[in-house]
Design a protein around this ligand. Structure first.
Ligand code: MSP
Length: 471
């Protein structure tokens, strides 16, 4: 198939973006850039999840009108991704009219399958999770994820017949072994489903903020039901053209929201007769300098600010290279600086600089015809096809180190004194390999890649591009 649809979750706007959110977004950006390079029609969607109770609470705490607050915060999220160089195709706001249309059509189809009914819900609701929570899941009466006491609610709601989809879901997962990745998450979801699925409430009658339930203005659509539909909105559902990009090829989510994406969402899609996503990949959770990320600790800083003078490419490199994709990770300021100096500045920055200076000094900046590159991208492509991003990036670094060794061994700065042709051949080979390295780096470090390409554009050296990684 010549298309690739990759999606991040839609982020809650009760808070500002931090490194945890940035991680989901960077990863999706890397993947989108890779498939664009491969010539696929890519849809990279992201956005904001605005219809939550926590939006109302946050607006209240800020002393603002909910709609005004929502608009401001959505702008902030969008501008953060722009500042971070995220090249998304669609940014969905769940308060938009376009999204409401998709949600209504989805509800219509689920209803037509006989999967909605009215009943009374009585139980706990955790605003942090924006989810109903069972008593047995509480630890000392608190939600284990948010360490907060859930609210006890009793209301008449519309329910979705999730129980009906227990077997179809298990069958689907069984027939599509790559659906939930990594394997540990797959196992987690399978055992959750096997414990038995219960119908769940898909509307709220006590919440006023949200999408009005079609034909019942006393209820709003439950925020997760609404939020998950954003993926359809991004593809222009219900316009028939959505099928050009549907289904989602890859959902990037954090491990905390896997149940929603691997159980609720596919069940809703089965009910609506809409094709299921190909893969849901759950990444791990982050800490900063050993601490949980939280507002109160003051470490929930803007990701672009966190990158600081080192730049966003350095942050992208750190996150992908240092944290095996799929596992929990740690952002350490010390390690970030160390990786910047050793890999980026010394190995790659100096390499580009060295080749550019030699060519300028001895060839007047003219490189001539380039030979075939010695860089082979087979392992890199294989790693991408298996969503092993850390491995794919490692492969690029392997070639950077190899090229450094090549120069050390060939000593062009000595060769130039005696053999000009040989010198030209060494520089030609180095430039050909650097350009190929730049192209492999593009999904990961787009700015750096661009600078390398500019440094050696049109078979000439452009020293004016400057250092890649100033110290
Ligand atoms: N709004 C829901 C998602 C709806 S998708 C239809 C939501 N939003 S969120 O803003 O709380 O989180 C969005 C993403 O950020 C999730 O993938 C989550 O795992 C990720 N992260 C938030 N904090 C994180 C860390 N500390 N570390 C890694 N990722 C984390 O859930």
């Amino acid at each position: 198939m010549n298309k690739f649809f990759v999606a991040t979750p839609t982020y809650y706007i009760n808070d500002k973006p931090h490194i945890g959110h940035a991680y989901s977004t960077f990863v999706a950006d890397v993947i989108a850039r890779y498939y664009r390079q491969q010539g696929k029609a890519v849809l990279f969607s992201t956005g904001v999840d605005e219809n939550a109770q926590k939006t109302v609470n946050a607006a209240e705490a800020a002393g603002e009108d909910t709609a005004v607050y929502t608009k401001e915060m959505s702008k902030l999220w969008e501008s953060t991704w722009k500042r971070a160089g995220i090249d998304y195709d669609v940014f969905t706001r769940t308060t938009s009219a376009k999204h409401k249309k998709a949600v209504y059509e989805l509800i219509k189809r689920v209803e037509a399958s006989g999967d909605l009914y009215k009943d009374t819900y009585e139980g706990f609701y955790c605003v942090g999770c924006e989810a109903f929570i069972k008593e047995k899941e509480l630890v000392d009466g608190l939600c284990p994820t948010h360490q907060k006491k859930p609210e006890w609610i009793k209301e008449e709601n519309y329910f979705f017949r999730l129980s009906k989809y227990q077997k179809p879901l298990l069958d689907y997962i069984d027939q599509h072994p790559g659906f939930i990745q990594p394997k540990a998450r797959h196992n987690e979801v399978v055992s959750f489903i096997k414990q038995g699925l219960q119908d769940f409430s898909v509307s709220r009658s006590t919440q006023k903020w949200g999408i009005t339930w079609p034909g019942d203005n006393k209820q709003v659509v439950y925020v997760w039901f609404d939020a998950l539909a954003n993926y359809l909105t991004a593809a222009d559902f219900p316009d028939e053209s959505y099928k050009k990009l549907w289904p989602v090829d890859l959902h990037i989510v954090g491990k905390d929201i896997i149940r929603f994406h691997c159980v609720y969402w596919p069940a809703i899609l089965l009910s609506a007769g809409i094709e299921l996503p190909k893969t849901v990949f759950a990444h791990g959770f982050f800490t900063i300098d050993g601490q949980k990320i939280s507002k109160s600790l003051g470490n929930a800083v803007d990701p672009v600010d966190l990158a600081g003078d080192f730049g966003v490419d350095a942050l992208r490199n750190y996150l992908i290279a240092e944290i095996p994709f799929g596992e929990d990770g740690e952002f350490s300021h010390k390690r970030f600086e160390a990786v910047y100096n050793s890999n980026l500045a010394n190995s790659l920055g100096n390499l580009v600089q060295r080749v550019a200076v030699l060519a300028t000094k001895h060839l007047d900046g003219k490189i001539g015809r380039l030979p075939k590159t010695s860089v082979n991208s087979d392992n890199y492509d294989k790693a991408f096809s298996e969503i092993k991003l850390t491995l794919a990036l490692e492969e690029v670094w392997k070639y950077v180190h190899k090229l450094n060794l090549f120069l050390q061994e060939k000593q062009p700065w000595e060769v130039v004194k005696t053999d000009r042709n040989k010198f030209e051949a060494i520089i030609g080979q180095s430039v050909a390999d650097l350009l190929e390295i730049a192209s492999l780096l593009e999904p990961f470090l787009p700015e750096t890649s661009e600078k390398i390409k500019k440094t050696f554009a049109n078979s000439k050296v452009h020293v004016e591009v400057g250092l890649l990684f100033p110290k």
